[in-house]
Design a protein around this ligand. Structure first.
Ligand code: 5GP
Ligand code: MG
Length: 188
């Protein structure tokens, strides 16, 4: 009988190291603090679930009083066009007159950020800025220009630092390209 496929750590090709992520998160926090000021309250609204680790690191470098909130979204492959469903419709979150920072881990087509941005605008915030840690180098399919961008990354499937494949790999401390999503094993 044939043995099962051995572990293949080479399935993960590092794209952003821990050190690079640390430096990038610190720079983003400095930019946000410089624009926003150290004393004005801020609502940090993260897009679940991929954002959790980035957001946890980012907020620990932000000096202003802040509130952390989350929103969930899911992309669909429709018959002709992908759509994004905002899963909890921001619940009863009151954003009127508040300064909001919308945060996602990776910008790909731009649809997720664009669609949640629209939802937030409906709630009449006083100020709304957007921040992404990773920006894929590819054409966008929705009109988004994040105010704060961490790193440009190639247009490949990424895992780690919050990003998953089938709910795996989120806990990797670095970002990697997943080359063999079907049979990838845990790294050694
Ligand atoms: P967009 O709507 O810009 O196409 O995609 C953004 C969302 O898709 C992100 O919030 C993330 O959940 C997911 N996504 C996009 N690219 C990747 C990727 O390379 N890896 C993973 N794990 N998720 C991704
Ligand atoms: Mg996912």
């Amino acid at each position: 009988m044939q043995r099962p496929c051995p572990a293949r750590p080479r399935a993960l090709q590092p794209v952003a190291s821990e050190e690079e992520l640390r430096t990038t998160v610190r720079r983003l926090a400095d930019e946000i603090a410089a624009d926003h000021g150290r004393h004005q309250p801020l609502v940090v609204l993260g897009i679940m679930k991929g954002v959790v680790i980035f957001l946890a690191d980012l907020v620990r470098h932000l000096p202003m009083p802040l509130q952390i909130e989350f929103v969930s979204a899911r992309s669909y492959n429709g018959t002709r066009q992908e759509t994004v469903e905002v899963l909890d419709d921001l619940g009863g979150l009151d954003l009127e007159g508040k300064a909001v920072l919308l945060v996602d881990c990776v910008l790909d087509t731009g649809r997720t950020l664009a669609s949640i941005h629209r939802e937030v605008v409906r709630r009449s915030p006083a100020d709304l800025k957007t921040c992404v840690l990773l920006s894929k180098q590819r054409p966008r399919r929705a009109p988004v220009r994040p105010d704060y961008v961490g790193l440009g990354v190639p247009d490949v499937f990424l895992v780690g630092y919050g990003l998953d494949h089938d709910n795996r790999w989120r806990h990797l401390p670095y970002v990697a390209e997943l080359r063999m999503p079907e049979d990838a094993q845990e790294p050694e």
